[in-house]
Design a protein around this ligand. Structure first.
Ligand code: HEC
Length: 181
């Protein structure tokens, strides 16, 4: 590196330092200083936190989607309500952690996901509230269509979601609990 370049680098460094000092808020005292320190710690923690990839999050969603089906077929409405809530939370985590996923640019995943899934989730909740298997089956198919629709928007036409036919795991009982006497 020539001397010239070094001088430019040193000057830039000093300039950045001066700008940082000028832009910094006045020094805080007591509680304020503590809050500022905590805020900075929080920002650092967020940066270093584990950020799951969308494909990984989808694996969890796939399992919940399958469990929801078998709960509905067993007319175990408590279990179905639970799995639906888990699925909803998993979708919310996707929006929170991957709001601007590259697959959807220039559109935003954070806009597309709720648009594709909110309606079917509401229909499923109604079906579960009504303890209605015909309503459940219909709403479930519209959820699966929402899953596939989103995959289509992402350019993944080969990811087609359907009703499962075989439970992946059978150690979680789907039969409803006998009513307590
Ligand atoms: C935001 C739109 C969106 C919605 C809604 C959505 N997916 Fe996905 N899904 C994706 C994208 C994008 C990928 C590809 C991820 C990647 O490239 O890693 C994917 C991948 C998958 C995969 C493949 C994962 C793998 O590694 O084999 C499965 C399975 C899957 N999704 C299931 C579902 C199910 C089931 C639902 C509905 C309950 C659903 N998805 C809803 C966007 C979505």
């Amino acid at each position: 590196m020539s001397k010239h370049v070094l001088w430019i680098a040193a000057f830039g460094f000093l300039l950045c330092g001066a700008m940082t000092v000028m832009a910094a808020p006045p020094p805080a005292t007591g509680d304020q200083a503590e809050i500022a320190a905590l805020k900075q710690q929080l920002a650092e923690l967020k940066k270093s936190a584990y950020h799951p990839e969308l494909g990984e999050q989808m694996l969890g969603i796939q399992i919940r989607h399958a469990r929801l089906w078998f709960a509905g077929q067993a007319q175990n409405w408590n279990l179905a309500a639970f799995e639906l809530q888990e699925l909803k939370e998993a979708f919310e985590a996707v929006v929170e952690q991957n709001p601007d996923n590259a697959n959807f640019q220039p559109q935003r995943l954070a806009d597309i996901l709720p648009a594709m899934t909110n309606g079917p989730i509401r229909q499923l909740r109604d079906a579960i509230d009504h303890n209605s298997k015909p309503e459940f089956d219909k709403a479930y198919d519209s959820l699966s269509a929402g899953c596939t629709g989103c995959h289509h928007i992402a350019g993944n036409d080969f990811l087609v979601i359907q009703r499962p036919t075989t439970p992946l795991l059978d150690n979680l009982r789907t039969a409803p609990q006998p009513a307590k006497k």
